[in-house]
Design a protein around this ligand. Structure first.
Ligand SMILES: Cc1ncc(COP(=O)(O)O)c(C=O)c1O
Length: 528
């Protein structure tokens, strides 16, 4: 399936390819901008078909009209007893940790209810806790491990590298070049690549360089999207219209130039771009290409193309945040799938294959050249850095992960698991006549049971109509129900992301997925 790679520079035109997911065939496209004409490498995608977004929103609206269908109190009592009897060592360690670590846990994705579980082994599709319980792992560390956890062929290469070189030297290692070339081969819009310490850092770098290159300040994001936790991006998190709701400890001035628009509304984006012209202009529009929160609010199939067109019309940079989607939708990212070429692409997670130092920024040569590093005076550059950024470990792990994913067709396998899981969940939901909604974008599965992120919260409107208290109460009730749901899944041996998302990997065979479905069935049997 892999084609060769040849390139020639095309000025004032951009090139990518449109993939037709049903047939898995691809065609080349050419649009405006600077780009590279390539005989594009054809990688497979995890998405076998694009979800019907209108139908998803219709069902989510219906879910939100109903009372919460959480876990029955008697069943919840049983699940909580399970944690006390089967997870005693975790409980003891976390109780001790609370004295030294705020909240007793360091990861935002770790379940706190009834207490965090201490993991001591990860392998493929499974995790084991210190009490010896085995879990099917659909958190997958938040997404980087498309080959499954602790994948041996990559681990062996990393160990070899540590033995022969060093985990870090602060100077150039061959793997930096190997990884950058590999990314360029799969993601042609990335003419140049710079590795950074995390997705958060890479988003910061993208915004900084976009501002430097455009000489403008405003940044438009989609409401509800997550782009890391930098001062300027803790804005409109989780729920569209929430502005600085979560921005505790962040001065208002930090988000002065950040704006949010409602996902899927091209008119709103157009309006903002037009209005911004009176305020010094927009530096960039940044999107999660499958929709905010890794597609929790999915965007319509053509949305990204329309965003690209608008950015071209207004001469504004388009940034794709592919921290989750690079490698999870396909090795050419969501941009390969949608056939849209961004000016800059943010990387994270899969880019270091589950090893530390998972961040990177790539894109047009003329923009990326503002990010040159090294001791050199007199150059106007967007200043970024990091002691451990582009370490031999992260670069080599990313490089070998990409090679292995290509060799094993990991995206397609993980997507197949996502499809099987979603179809199975939908069957369970329908058989029990529950109002839940399951859908997937390949290896990203969504299971909305309580809709905690779908409460309609609009800070300004709710304050004006004095509804803010009841809306906040609803959010907190739905969040509590979601935590219970997540705890029930965990007691049944399934680890999810926040009780509503599951990342599948190549390790999720039909057998693993079917086992998980039996466990989900038991939880659904205990729903109100
Ligand atoms: C879309 C997106 N952007 C940025 C980030 C931040 O990446 P990191 O956690 O590596 O800082 C995340 C993290 O989950 C993400 O999902």
């Amino acid at each position: 399936m892999l084609g060769g790679f040849s390139s020639s520079l095309l000025l004032k035109s951009s090139v990518g390819f449109t993939v037709h997911p049903q047939t898995r065939s691809a065609s080349l496209f050419i649009s405006s901008g600077t780009g590279i004409l390539c005989d594009c490498p054809m990688t497979d995608y995890s998405m076998s078909m694009y979800p019907d977004t209108q139908e998803i929103y219709r069902r989510l609206d219906a879910l939100m009209q109903l009372p919460i269908h959480g876990i029955r109190p008697d069943a919840m009592k049983m699940y909580l007893e399970h944690f006390d009897t089967h997870c005693a060592k975790s409980k003891e360690m976390v109780t001790e940790a609370r004295k030294f670590i705020p909240g007793g846990v360091q990861h935002n994705l770790a379940f706190n209810h009834p207490f965090p579980i201490v993991i001591e082994k990860a392998d493929g599709a499974y995790l084991w806790d210190i009490d010896g319980n085995r879990y099917i792992d659909f958190l997958q560390a938040g997404g980087p491990t498309m080959l499954g956890s602790n994948y041996k062929p990559v681990r062996d290469k990393v160990i070899e590298l540590i033995n022969e070189q060093a985990p870090v030297t602060g100077l150039f290692s061959e793997y930096e070049l190997k990884l950058a070339k590999e990314i360029n081969r799969h993601v042609p819009s990335v003419e140049m690549f710079r590795m950074l310490g995390s997705g958060t850092e890479a988003v910061m770098a993208a915004i900084r360089v976009a501002r430097l290159a455009s000489k403008r300040k405003k940044l438009i994001k989609l409401g509800g999207a997550y782009h890391g936790w930098s001062d300027q991006m803790v804005y409109g998190l989780h729920i569209p219209g929430t502005g600085g709701f979560e921005a505790h400890g962040i001065p208002k001035s930090c988000r002065k130039h950040t704006q949010e628009v409602y996902p899927n509304s091209i008119d709103a984006l157009k309006k903002n771009l037009t209005m911004n012209k009176l305020k010094g202009g927009t530096a960039a529009v940044i999107v999660e290409p499958v929709g905010p929160e890794s597609g929790t609010r999915p965007v319509d199939r053509e949305y990204n193309k329309h965003v690209r067109e608008l950015c071209d019309q207004h001469d504004v940079f388009l940034i794709f945040d592919e921290v989750v989607t690079f490698g999870r939708i396909g090795l050419s990212g969501a941009q390969g799938y949608f056939g849209v070429k961004p000016d800059l692409t943010v990387f994270g997670k899969v880019v270091a294959g589950g090893y530390p130092g998972a961040g990177g920024l790539g894109g047009r040569r003329d923009i990326m050249e503002h990010l040159a590093a090294g001791i050199e005076s007199g150059k106007k550059r967007a200043y970024v850095g990091g002691t451990l950024a582009a370490s031999p470990i992260s670069s080599a792990a990313g490089y070998y992960t990409i090679l292995e994913m290509e060799r094993t067709n990991a995206c397609q396998k993980a997507g197949r698991a996502g499809d099987r899981m979603t179809a199975g969940l939908e069957k369970l939901i329908q058989e029990r006549n529950l109002p839940y909604v399951a859908y997937n974008q390949g290896a990203i599965c969504h299971l909305e049971t309580v809709g905690a992120m779908f409460v309609k919260l609009n800070l300004i409107r709710n304050l004006v109509t004095l509804k803010i208290r009841s809306v906040l109460r609803e959010i907190s009730e739905r969040k509590a129900a979601m935590e219970e749901m997540g705890a029930a899944y965990m007691a049944e041996g399934i680890i999810t992301l926040g009780g509503s998302r599951m990342y599948t990997s190549m390790a999720d065979t039909d057998e693993v997925v079917d086992d998980a479905l039996n466990r989900f069935a038991r939880v659904f049997d205990n729903a109100k």
